[in-house]
Design a protein around this ligand. Structure first.
Ligand SMILES: Cc1ncc(C[n+]2csc(CCOP(=O)(O)OP(=O)(O)O)c2C)c(N)n1
Ligand SMILES: [Mg+2]
Length: 540
C-alpha cells in the first residue's frame, strides 16, 4: 500500500524523511531552505541549529554513527553547502549514513547571476555515494528515498540532494515510496569457509574489529565468533568497546606484541589503512572481512577476504564446524603483555607531575565516567592519549574523527551525541588548537539546553605538529598558540560555565562539578607543552 502526499517541497521531503526514521535536522539558517523549516515547525519535527555548517554535518554524523540510522543536515545554498564539505568528507571516510539537503539558486534563471548561484554537485560528488539536483517538488519523495537507500546500503556513506528554489517552494504531490529494509549482501560461502579454516588452524590469530562491525549491528556476532574460535580481539573506531574490557579475549595494549607475533591477522570492518600499517603484518597471513566488495583492499593480497553482511559472516565463523587449534597459550601470552602495559599506564595515569601531564587527566576522568558515557576526541596528542588511556566499556560510546582526521568535529559530535542520548554523560576531549574550530557552538548547546562536558587539554601549542616539526627541522613555525588561554571564560561568555585547572589534585573535583553542572561546562586543563605523544610516525 502506498501513501499519497501533498504539499510544498519541504513538506514532501519531510514526509519521506520521517518514513526512513529521520527524527531531527541540524542546520544553520538560510532562505533557500525555509520550506524545510516550515514543514518541520508545523509538525514538531526537532530543528537544532548551529553557528557553522560543519557542526551541523558533524552533528548529523554523530547521530548516524551512534544510532545506526540516517542523520540529516540542512544547509543553505552556496556557502552553506561549501562549509559542510569537510563534514561530508569525514562521513564518507567513516561510512556514515548522512543526508545533506542543500538549498540551490533558482533553476528558471540559472546563469543570470542569482545570489549564491553555483552547482554544488561537482564539489560533493567525490565525497558522497549519491548526489543529485531535484528539479521538481513532485520528485522530492522519490529522490529522498533513493538517496537514503544508497546511504544505508553497505558500504554505507553520505548522500547529497539540492533543491532549486522553485522546486522546494512550490506545491506538488507524489506517492510516498515504500521503505524496504536494505537486503543483506551474502558473502561467498567458500570464501567465508576459507577464512574460518585459516583462523581455526592458526596458532596465534588476532582479530582487529572496526567501525563497520558496530554499524552493521554485528557486535554480538563478533563476540560469538571470537569466543567460538578463541581469538584475541583488538578494536579501533566504533569497534571500541565491542567486548567489555574485562572479557578474557578483550585486548587493547598488547597490540604491538599481538601483531608482531600473530600468524593470522583478521581485520574486520575497517580498511587496511595507515592505522593498521597498510595491512603489512610481516609474515602473518591476512584475512580481511569487509561489508561490501568495494571495500576489499587493492594494495594487499589477503589470504581470504569475505565481503558481505558482517553479522552473517561472523555468525558463520562462530558456527565453523571444523577442528580448531588451541589458542590458550597464545591468549595467556598476550594477557601477560596486556597486564604489564596496564600496570605501566596506571602509574602514568596517577602521575602527580606539575604541570599536569595528559595521562593524569584521563586517570581522573576514568573515575567519574559511567560505563555508558560517550567520549568524543577532537585534537592531536591530547586525543591520542585519550585513545590510549580510556577504555570504552560498551560499544557505541566512543567517537573519533576517523581516518580523515578532521579537526573540528567536537561540538557537532557533542550535539549529535546529546540529542541521541539525553540521559548519558557526554564528554568532549579537545586540544586547545582543535577548540578553535567549533567552540562558538557552545552557544548553540547552551541555547538549546544540550549540556555536555568539554575537557580542553591546553598545552598552548598545536602539539601534534610542533613536536614533529622540531624533530624534523630543529625549529618550528605556525605551531604556537597563546599559553594559558582561558577557554573556560569563552564557554562562560557564551552562556555556559567552566574553570581552569593547573594542579593535578584539582582535576577530580573540577570534573565532578562539570558533570553535575547541567549546562555546557568547560574544564580548561593547563597541560605540559613538553609532553609529546610517543609515536613511530609523527606525520599527521
Ligand atoms: C582541519 C584540520 N586542520 C589541520 C590538521 C592538522 N593537525 C592534526 S593534529 C594538529 C594539532 C592539534 O593541536 P591540538 O588540538 O592543540 O592538540 P595537541 O596535539 O596540542 O594535543 C593539527 C594542526 C587537521 N588534522 N585537521
Ligand atoms: Mg594543543
Amino acid at each position: 500500500m502506498t501513501e499519497r502526499v501533498e504539499g510544498h517541497g519541504g513538506e514532501l521531503a519531510l514526509a519521506a524523511l520521517r518514513a526512513h526514521g529521520v527524527r531531527e535536522m541540524f542546520t544553520l539558517s538560510g532562505g533557500h531552505v525555509f520550506p524545510l523549516y516550515d514543514a518541520a515547525h508545523k509538525t514538531d519535527f526537532p530543528i537544532y541549529d548551529v553557528r557553522h555548517e560543519q557542526s551541523a554535518v558533524f552533528a548529523a554524523e554523530a547521530v548516524a554513527k551512534l544510532q545506526r540510522r540516517p542523520g540529516l543536515a540542512v544547509l543553505t545554498a552556496g556557502p552553506g553547502v561549501t562549509n559542510g564539505v569537510s563534514g561530508l568528507t569525514s562521513a564518507f571516510f567513516n561510512a556514515s549514513p548522512v543526508l545533506v539537503l542543500g538549498g540551490r539558486a533558482p533553476q528558471f534563471r540559472w546563469g543570470s547571476g542569482s545570489l549564491q548561484e553555483m552547482d554544488h554537485l561537482p564539489l560533493v560528488a567525490p565525497v558522497t555515494k549519491h548526489a543529485e539536483t531535484v528539479f521538481s517538488a513532485d520528485d522530492i519523495p522519490r529522490a529522498v528515498t533513493a538517496a537514503l537507500t544508497a546511504a544505508l546500503t553497505p558500504h554505507r556513506g553520505p548522500v547529497f540532494l539540492d533543491f532549486p528554489l522553485e522546486s522546494v517552494f512550490s506545491v506538488g504531490d507524489a506517492e510516498l515510496p515504500q521503505v524496504s529494509p536494505v537486503a543483506p549482501i551474502e558473502a561467498d560461502p567458500d570464501e567465508v569457509a576459507r577464512a574460518a579454516g585459516l583462523i581455526a588452524a592458526a596458532s596465534r590469530p588476532v582479530i582487529i574489529a572496526g567501525s563497520d562491525v558496530y554499524a552493521g549491528d554485528a557486535i554480538d556476532a563478533l563476540r560469538a565468533a571470537a569466543e567460538a574460535l578463541q581469538v584475541p580481539v583488538f578494536t579501533n573506531g566504533m569497534g571500541r568497546g565491542a567486548l567489555p574490557p574485562e572479557h578474557p579475549l578483550a585486548f587493547a595494549k598488547a597490540r604491538r606484541v599481538g601483531l608482531k607475533n600473530a600468524d593470522v591477522v583478521v581485520v574486520i570492518g575497517t580498511p587496511l589503512d595507515f592505522r593498521l600499517g597498510f595491512g603489512d603484518f610481516g609474515d602473518a597471513q591476512v584475512v580481511h572481512i569487509v561489508d561490501a566488495p568495494s571495500q576489499r583492499a587493492g594494495h594487499v593480497r589477503p589470504a581470504a577476504s569475505p565481503a558481505g553482511d558482517l553479522r552473517l559472516i561472523l555468525t558463520a565463523l562462530a558456527e565453523h564446524p571444523g577442528d580448531r587449534a588451541d589458542h590458550a597459550d597464545w591468549v595467556a601470552q598476550l594477557r601477560v603483555a596486556e597486564d604489564a602495559a596496564k600496570a605501566r599506564d596506571a602509574e602514568e595515569m596517577a602521575a602527580d607531575s606539575d604541570p599536569i601531564r595528559p595521562a593524569r587527566v584521563y586517570g581522573e576522568l576514568r573515575k567519574v565516567l559511567a560505563a555508558d558515557a560517550i567520549t568524543i576526541g577532537d585534537g592531536g596528542d591530547f586525543v591520542s592519549y585519550a585513545g590510549r588511556y580510556l577504555e570504552p566499556a560498551q560499544p557505541g560510546t566512543w567517537l573519533d574523527p576517523g581516518p580523515y582526521g578532521c579537526l573540528g568535529t567536537g561540538m557537532g559530535y557533542a550535539m549529535g551525541a546529546r540529542v541521541s542520548h539525553p540521559d548519558r554523560q557526554i564528554c568532549v576531549l579537545m586540544g586547545d588548537g582543535a577548540a578553535g574550530f567549533s567552540l562558538m557552538d557552545v552557544e548553540s548547546l547552551v541555547r538549546q539546553q544540550l549540556p555536555v562536558v568539554i575537557v580542553v587539554g591546553n598545552n598552548g601549542i598545536w602539539g601534534l605538529e610542533k613536536h614533529p616539526m622540531r624533530a624534523m627541522y630543529g625549529y618550528d613555525v605556525a605551531a604556537d598558540l597563546q599559553p594559558g588561554l582561558r577557554y573556560d571564560k569563552v564557554a562562560e561568555a557564551l552562556g555556559g560555565a567552566g574553570e581552569t585547572v593547573e594542579k593535578a589534585a584539582d582535576l577530580g573535583p573540577a570534573l565532578t562539578r562539570a558533570f553535575d553542572a547541567g549546562v555546557p561546562y568547560l574544564v580548561n586543563v593547563l597541560t605540559d607543552p613538553a609532553d609529546a605523544y610517543p609515536r613511530s610516525s609523527n606525520l599527521a
